[in-house]
Design a protein around this ligand. Structure first.
Ligand code: SUG
Length: 449
């Protein structure tokens, strides 16, 4: 049976802004308080989705979350009418208002960890929303993420949904950004090896850990997700991220490594105990599945260049022709070392034959590249047929969403605009219409009250 990998990209929400909320994420800190362009951001993302669809890829859409999050603000003691809640927060705690307005759910590589049915003990596709405990603004996402995923992947016969891990730093979980599935080339349907990459141990302080910036993902969280998904020990590998790199702004593994089928593309400094980990991957995948380990040396691309260009936050995709292509942000093209590296890569006789560049600058300014914007779900034909069809991109849906963005999104948003109570209605009107377009039902709390 044919298996495909579908990409579900996050639609950028109407409150997209730069609030400097992510300590350890260099772009987020550097661009704090700049004016943002929500309409442009949403259209950049939508255009990338359309381009992948036009390349013959299976492409879906993941809806944004309700922001401002008035429920979160009320939970923190702001009260009265919705407009009052916003006004009080703007005056007394503008940092909390900014956090509750973040459109960060757009980075769906952090929405969940997904294990395809070929790997799981019950033969279902498993989803665990990420708890994102390390950042307050992101910790507001998992419950709604779970609701949206359930509305997209409804059939219990094929799909299993878990609750996010306990909301505690010990089980800090950032989802697919720290999870890579490797398998035979051209075949998502055979059991693969699921590589979980963590930043620190939560219950053993004697182990290496970063000193300056937080390690968001714990070993214990990765282990728990593997258990929940019913993965077998012989199909799972855990590797630790190099803590020095977290201190240089590599806040997720997908900022320094990316894999697809039989390719692992990574920076030479990405992992601790690299050879040991790679040997385990080789041994668990077996001799029939030789892997291409494409290592980028520091002398070719520095860690700093990798962080500013997002060379590794690229999507490595298998095209219908069987060749692989890289989907990269235009920042890579603009950097001499990285563009020279790409030229070299295409001569290396690896499965990667082409590089496509996309302008996702609005997302990049908050530290989110092409790979952050998508959640990968490998599906059999039957499973794909069971996905809510309204979330799958077609030319028709592309035009509907393009018009929807045009109608509801602001061109520009400044930090002070977050105090505008009108933004609540704008955002809710847009999302209410979106749930109808995508046939999601009432996934938002404002629709349930
Ligand atoms: O969690 N930025 C996100 C970027 C996530 C990127 N995702 C992956 N690497 N998969 C984060 O740090 C910034 C929001 C702000 O500062 O306004 C933010 O949340």
């Amino acid at each position: 049976m044919k298996h495909t990998e579908a990409n579900f990209d996050g639609l950028v929400g109407p409150t997209h802004n730069y609030a400097g909320l992510s300590f350890g994420n260099v772009a987020s800190s550097q661009n704090a308080k700049d004016a943002s362009h929500p309409k442009q951001a949403a259209k950049q993302g939508l255009r990338k989705m359309k381009a992948l669809m036009d390349m013959g890829m299976v492409q879906g859409v993941l809806a944004p979350q309700e922001r401002p999050d008035l429920y979160a603000l009320r939970r923190l003691g702001f009260n009265g009418s919705d407009a009052n809640v916003i006004a009080q927060a703007a005056e007394q705690a503008p940092h909390l208002l900014r956090a509750c307005c973040s459109a960060s759910s757009m980075w769906t590589a952090n929405a969940a960890t997904v294990s395809p049915s070929a790997d799981t003990s019950d033969g279902k596709v498993h989803f665990t929303p990420a708890n994102l405990t390390n950042k307050y603004h992101r910790s507001l996402e998992p419950e709604t993420t779970g609701n949206i995923l359930k509305a997209m992947f409804k059939h219990e016969q094929h799909f299993a949904h878990h609750q996010h891990l306990p909301d505690n730093e010990h089980f800090g979980d950032e989802g697919a950004a720290n999870h890579t599935r490797l398998c035979a080339k051209g075949d998502y349907g055979h059991t693969g090896v699921e590589l979980f990459v963590y930043g620190r141990y939560a219950f053993d302080s004697s182990k290496p850990a970063p000193k300056k910036f937080p390690a968001r993902q714990t070993f214990e969280a990765s282990q728990a997700v593997a258990r929940l998904h019913g993965l077998q020990d012989e199909n799972v590998v855990f590797m630790q991220q190099n803590p020095d790199l977290i201190d240089q702004g590599v806040f997720h593994n997908d900022v320094i490594a990316v894999g697809n089928q039989n390719v692992l593309f990574y920076h030479e400094q990405a992992f601790l105990n690299q050879e040991q980990g790679f040997n385990e991957i080789r041994q668990k995948l077996g001799q029939d599945t030789p892997l291409h380990f494409i290592e980028v040396k520091t002398q070719d691309v520095s860690v700093q260049d990798a962080v500013t260009t997002y060379l590794f936050n690229t999507q490595v995709i298998t095209l219908p022709s069987g060749d692989m292509a890289i989907i990269a942000p235009t920042e890579c093209q603009e950097n001499q070392a990285v563009s020279a590296y790409f030229e070299k890569l295409l001569t290396l006789n690896t499965p990667i034959k082409k590089v496509h560049f996309f302008d996702v600058k609005q997302s990049m300014k908050n530290g989110g590249g092409p790979a952050c914007l998508r959640l990968r779900v490998a599906l059999s034909e039957q499973e794909l047929a069971a996905v809510n069809p309204n979330v799958m991109l077609t030319d028709g849906l592309f035009h509907t969403l393009d018009n929807w963005i045009e109608k509801h999104y602001r061109d520009e948003l400044y930090s002070k605009d977050l105090a505008d109570p009108q933004l609540i209605n704008e955002s809710r009107t847009a999302l209410d219409e979106l749930t109808q377009i995508l046939n999601l039902g009432s996934v938002y709390r404002f629709q349930q009250d």
